[in-house]
Write a protein that binds this ligand. Structure first.
Ligand code: NAD
Length: 337
């Protein structure tokens, strides 16, 4: 199969490297409007063709699917053109910059019978998948809350805030783990470096099951921290993506409240047991992601991170943005996950 990659900036080459590992891929054309990026690609990946013309990609009848790794603000327009040209589409996260745009992409994919997948990479990452398994088999008990931290001295974007850049990861992880979308979001943010483009945000999400989650993201931090804690009634789990080996730790810890037997008696029992770090497969998330997309294109299966799931994440991002602008919590309509 012949595929195209549009956008060969910072992230595009990572997709390309993993796409070229798929045995079904016989040729790839890379499109970028920046000639210098194409020269970089031609040098590093001599097998691929290059072009500055997006129209020539759309008009190339042999191109079965397009991967879009262009800036976030272009996903809606370029993505719609790809689907209208009758090609399958992989869009880097987030699917689009508004619910309206994301809904259009989902509708176009459905109307044209095209595969639409969003690059929510973490849903292909072993520690995230293992955590889902642990939650689903009830090892943590009822989930009380999740606390997420994703900060570093990051690349300041010109067309997107830290919310649209980093929070897609946290929302996709949360929705995947909990099998539900937030019902209420309240957030605050600040544009410390570039006026009008927030580079730090504190987001609080409530889910229909009662789970509450806190997400802190920033491009302005002294060190890279990627730490999530999931606190359940039976056990607690910490997922630290900056760790090389022990990315997950399960703490057999908790507090139990016993009903007082006599008036005035107040009993809490604390449990501190083992800390276990489960073994994780060494699979590279991007490789899994590309393998999945190629397989969906081949078999016409619906991707795990399909347009609908991308749309749910865009809705939550939009609600976050609205809450920041209005200074009030935003309620989201119930959706099936
Ligand atoms: N999954 C992840 O972990 C991850 C990590 C980083 C970036 N991303 C995503 O990847 C996407 C790209 O981000 P980036 O950091 O690589 O951006 P970037 O600005 O470094 O690269 C974008 C490239 O697209 C090209 N481009 C822009 N408009 C074009 C057009 N109309 N036609 C052809 N080429 C065009 C630019 O010349 C540039 O080379 C974003 O959606 C971002 O959210 C995902």
């Amino acid at each position: 199969m012949r595929f195209a990659l549009v956008g060969a900036g910072y992230w595009g080459p990572n997709l390309l490297r993993n796409l070229l590992l798929q045995k079904e891929i016989t040729s790839v054309v890379v499109c970028d409007r920046d000639q210098a990026r194409l020269e970089f690609i031609a040098e590093r990946f001599p097998r691929v063709e290059t072009t500055t013309s997006f129209e020539s990609v759309l008009g190339d009848r042999e191109v079965k699917a397009v991967l879009l790794a262009t800036p976030i603000s272009t996903h809606g327009t370029l993505g719609a053109q790809v689907l209208e040209a009758g090609k399958d589409l992989f869009v880097e996260k987030p699917l689009a910059t508004s619910t309206v745009e994301a809904e259009t992409l989902v509708r176009l994919a459905r109307a044209n019978g095209r595969v639409l997948m969003v690059g929510h990479t973490f849903e292909y990452s072993p520690p995230v998948l293992k955590t889902k398994e642990i939650i689903d088999r009830g090892e943590l008990g009822q989930i009380y809350f999740v606390s997420m931290l994703r900060v570093n001295l990051g690349l300041h974007q010109r067309d997107a805030s830290v919310i649209w850049d980093l929070v897609p990861h946290d929302f996709s992880i949360l929705m995947h783990w909990l099998d539900e979308s937030p019902s209420r979001i309240s957030a605050t943010a600040r544009d410390c470096v570039q006026s009008g483009i927030p580079d730090v945000a504190f987001i609080h999400a409530t889910f229909p099951s009662g789970v509450v989650a806190n997400i802190e993201v920033a491009w302005l931090a002294p060190s890279k921290l990627r730490r999530t804690a999931v606190v359940g009634a039976r056990k607690m789990l910490v997922y630290d993506d900056t760790e090389n080996i022990e990315k997950l730790k399960i703490y057999d810890q908790g507090v139990r409240f016993s009903d007082p037997e006599t008036f005035g008696e107040f009993q809490l029992s604390y449990r501190t047991g083992d800390i276990v770090s489960p073994r994780l497969p060494s699979a590279e998330p991007l490789r899994q992601e590309m393998e999945h997309f190629v397989s969906c294109v081949k078999t016409r299966a619906t991707p795990r991170t399909d347009g609908e799931s991308g749309l749910r994440i865009v809705r939550a991002l939009e609600a976050t943005q609205q809450s920041i602008e209005s200074g009030r919590p935003v309620d989201l309509p119930a959706v099936s996950s």
